[in-house]
Design a protein around this ligand. Sequence first.
Ligand code: COA
Length: 168
Amino acid sequence: MIRSGTPVDAEAIQAIYAPVVRETMVSFETEVPSEQELRRRVSRSHEWLVYERSGQVIGYAYAAPFHERAGYKWSVEVSIYLGAEARGSGLGRELLGALIERLTHRGFVNAFAGIALPNPVSVRLFESAGFEQVAEHRNVGFKLGGWHNVGWWQRQINSPTDPPPELI
Ligand SMILES: CC(C)(COP(=O)(O)OP(=O)(O)OC[C@H]1O[C@@H](n2cnc3c(N)ncnc32)[C@H](O)[C@@H]1OP(=O)(O)O)[C@@H](O)C(=O)NCCC(=O)NCCS
């Protein structure tokens, strides 16, 4: 079941995110955020969806502002994380699809994903979902003894009309 996340999900979100922070360069965070900080992130996101199975949150996807300045308000940055046992069986595609559908309905124009490279599964996920690569920042993040490029993928989810679409 896919549902909206709430601050109560912070503990489950932390359990999924902590190994990513500690063991990988998928995220350039180096300290696992506290549950309190994750509650704050859930509340401040544009959308936060969780994938729940048998009462347990096994993955999540969210959209955060791409940039804070007013003119960027129709652009979002999306992120998605599944617990290790939940990967590779189509849940990511399902969850990302649900997030994009929701964002489209609300009137956002662009969704961006920043992917620390290499991450072939994530690249495949976003390209399958209609995202195209638009940029690559070279050696922009250092973690776990190495510098990494971050590629940026973009999908236009609503037409960039003048005036811009009204956000719901
Ligand atoms: C990236 C992630 C969200 C993808 O979700 P997933 O459920 O594992 O992926 P899916 O099963 O939906 O597959 C998505 C695509 O990748 C492909 N894929 C999945 N696992 C793969 C693997 N191990 N190797 C190659 N391709 C793979 C699928 O075939 C599918 O492509 P298709 O639509 O063309 O058939 C998930 O693996 C994850 O949480 N990884 C760790 C965190 C992470 O990297 N997050 C992204 C940060 S940018």
